[in-house]
Unconditional design. Structure first.
Length: 191
């Protein structure tokens, strides 16, 4: 048997252990039922369950969910549209999310999959400092799919964003405030 403070009490009969638990106003909990002899501990079981639930909640709070964001493109994309989509991919990768890039082929475009392959390669090269190709481009029916994974872990990206936000707020607090413009004489709109 183990005491309430973790000290070894020794081998005790069940009746004596129950009596000790009742005297200390604690519960007798069997910790290792398969051991020879079985090990029991004097503890407040309600408090133990509460602390275990708090640890589980804290672990869930610190856990990071992997999110896959999706961007869809066409093989004949305009350069400005490509820049916009590339900006979205960069933002997702900076945020620590994976990005699934899909190129949709329609009609005769399906006979030219190399256009889509070249476009995906170009995108991967443009964002090489933020992410790596996790899944190479592959044809899937009318679509070609590639998955990009961020180089930073999501937790690191979130911490970096928090630091940047804190620095922005600190910079805002140090700037002098603009004085309010005094109303001109005879201005009836001020009120």
């Amino acid at each position: 048997m183990v005491g309430p403070n973790g000290e070894q009490v020794g081998i005790v009969r069940v009746e004596d252990a129950l009596r000790l638990a009742a005297e200390a106003d604690l519960d007798l909990v069997e910790v290792a039922p398969m051991a020879k002899p079985p090990v029991a501990k004097l503890m407040d079981f309600g408090k133990f369950k509460y602390e275990a639930a708090m640890k589980a909640r804290e672990a869930r709070k610190n856990q990071v969910n992997t999110v896959i964001k999706e961007i869809k493109l066409r093989p004949k994309i305009d350069p400005h549209d490509y820049g916009t989509k590339k900006g979205h991919v960069e933002r997702f990768l900076k945020g620590g999310d994976k990005v699934k890039v899909t190129i949709m082929f329609r009609g005769r475009e399906q006979s030219r999959p190399e256009l889509g392959f070249r476009l995906l390669q170009r995108l991967a090269e443009d964002v090489i400092e933020l992410g790596t190709v996790e899944s190479a481009p592959k044809q899937d029916g009318r679509n070609m799919i590639m998955v990009l994974a961020p180089t930073k872990k999501k937790s690191e990206a979130k911490a970096e964003q928090r630091r940047a936000r804190g620095a922005d707020k600190a910079a805002e607090g140090t700037e002098p405030a603009e004085p309010a413009a005094a109303p001109a004489e005879g201005d009836t709109t001020a009120g």
